[in-house]
Each structure stands twice: as C-alpha cells, then as structure tokens.
Design a protein around this ligand. Structure first.
Ligand code: KIV
Length: 299
C-alpha cells in the first residue's frame, strides 16, 4: 500500500483526538489549487481559505473589500486541490454580522458550493447568535479572537491584543462565550503566550495559534508569509520558511534576459515537423499569393 492510499480525510473528531494526545495540529492558509495541492501532499491538517487573500492575492490594503462570491471561487479551487485536509471557509466582512439568518445562508454557501468542512468568523460574545445559528444548521464553526483584521478600524491597526490583565481576561471571556455558543475550534491571533495557554487549557476544543505562542493545540501561518511571497509587511510571529519572492524574481529576470538575447527558445523547446514535410511546406508557401494589406499595420 502506498502512502496516498493510507491517508484518510481529516475530520473534526481526528482534530479533537490530536488535542487530547497533545499532537500539534498543523494549519496553513491557501487560496488556490496549486498551493492547496502542495499543502495536502505535505500532510497539513487544516487549510484555511482566508479572506487575507484580499491582501495577499488581490492586492487590497485590507480584507474588507472581499465578498462571498470571491471567497466561494477560491474555496472551490482549494477544495479541488485538497482531498485530505479539513478545509475551512473564512466568512468575509458583512457576510455574518448583519443577521444570524444571513450568517447561515453564507456559511451554507461554503459547504454546498465549495465542499468546505467548516467556516471561521471573527469576533467575541457579540457573535454568539450567529455562531449558534450556523451550528444549528449543522456547520462546524471556528471562532477567531485577538487581532481580528475585519475590525482594524476599531483596533487601530494590526496591533497585538490582550497584553494587559484586563484585556487578556476580556479575550478569555469572549472565548468562553463562543464556546458556549457552540464553536468547534478557536483561532487566537496576536496575543501573548499566557493567553494562548490559558484558553487552550480552559476549553476542550482545539485552539490554534497564529502569533499566540507555543502552548496552543496547533499553529497557523499565512502561507504567503511562510513562503516569503508577501513582503508589504511581516508580523512578528511569522517565520519565513522560503524566500519565494527572490526565487521568482530571479527566474523572471532570467526569462526576460533570455528572450531579449534570443537564448530562449532553443531547439529543445521546438516541435519537429514530420521528416520531409518541411521541404514540401516551403514549396507550397512559395506558391501562395502575397497577403493583402488590410490596414492593420502600425504606421
Ligand atoms: O484571513 C485569514 O487568513 C485569517 C488569518 C489572518 C488568521 O483570518
């Protein structure tokens, strides 16, 4: 039996078992088919189709312009690439805040149209009604506390959260409220390790860190940060495992150079005519009338 045939699709009970056994859960974002395929091959447990794609892929300054329609297209591409990972669709700005009914409708789109395994939404106790409604529809929800990029305006930028006792306690209480509303997993972003440890020990669900320290049940990075493919800014918690921007830039410059100097394409990149056909082809072309000038030239 080869490695692929031994693998099984990651389920929620498997993620809970990892927490119980203290086996760290691995999570990355992906926004398209090729990266999802590679992450799945690497055995990543959870893939988040994050609305961070607004910044990493679409070039916006924030995640706010990202819509459900855009998210569904990317989630579909990720699902095609990821057969085994637990795929989570990230609910974009204003897709769940207006009413629990809209939250359910939009969460359902990730499941029905893209084949996701669950959804993620940002916010604390105020989001409990939306969480309850989505969970009642049978859809697993991951909460998201700490730095919540959709609330940048309220937070005053991408600044770490929960650094005072009072602020840390607020995050713990929000985590409790989300858990009581029915979340299956929680993502903690940009908080001190003490807060990550406290919440991971307090809640019986997998708690994943993105900049919340080493004591959580798993770790998430934005894949473009981890691969060095997004250099507008790099949060403190990012570790770069590659420098793709440099690799890609070098390749692009070499391509331009080789085309400009006619080094590319070489004979090895050209199709061969069937033996003897080139000669007949040239003879037939020589018999053609010259082309008529239809005025398409640049004068
Ligand atoms: O959209 C995203 O990728 C996220 C991360 C910032 C955690 O929500």
């Amino acid at each position: 039996m080869n490695e692929a045939s031994q693998r099984v699709k990651v389920t929620l009970p498997m993620l809970f078992e990892k927490k119980q056994k203290r086996e760290p859960i691995t999570m990355l974002t992906a926004y398209d088919y090729p990266l999802a395929l590679l992450e799945d091959r690497a055995g990543i447990d959870i893939i988040l189709v994050g609305d961070s794609l607004g910044m990493t892929v679409l070039g916006y300054d924030s995640t706010l312009p990202v819509t459900m329609d855009v998210m569904v297209v990317h989630a579909q591409a990720v699902r095609r690439g990821a057969k085994y990972a637990f795929v989570i669709g990230d609910m974009p700005y204003m897709s769940y805040q207006i009413s629990p009914a809209e939250a359910v409708r939009n969460a359902g789109r990730f499941m029905a149209e893209a084949g996701c395994d669950g959804v993620k939404l940002e916010g604390g106790a105020a989001m409990a009604p939306a969480v309850k409604a989505i969970v009642s529809a049978g859809i697993p929800v991951m909460g998201h506390l700490g730095i919540t990029p959709q609330s940048m305006s309220m937070l005053g930028g991408f600044r770490s959260q929960g650094r005072s006792a009072e602020a840390a306690l607020r995050i713990v209480k929000d985590a409790d409220a989300l858990f009581e509303a029915g979340i299956s997993m929680l993502l903690l972003e940009g908080v001190p390790p003490e807060v990550g440890k406290c919440i991971s020990e307090r809640l019986p669900i997998p708690v994943i860190s993105i900049g919340a320290g080493p004591y959580c049940d798993g770790q998430l990075l934005i894949v473009h940060d981890a691969l060095g493919f997004f250099d507008r800014f790099t949060p403190k918690f990012v570790k770069k495992y590659a420098d793709l921007s440099a690799v890609i830039s070098a390749a692009l410059e070499q391509y331009k150079q080789e085309v400009a100097t006619k080094q590319f394409p070489g004979p090895e990149h050209c199709y061969k005519m069937i033996p003897g056909e080139a000669q007949s082809f040239m003879e037939e072309v020589a018999k053609l009338e010259p082309v008529k000038d239809a005025g398409g030239k640049v004068s």
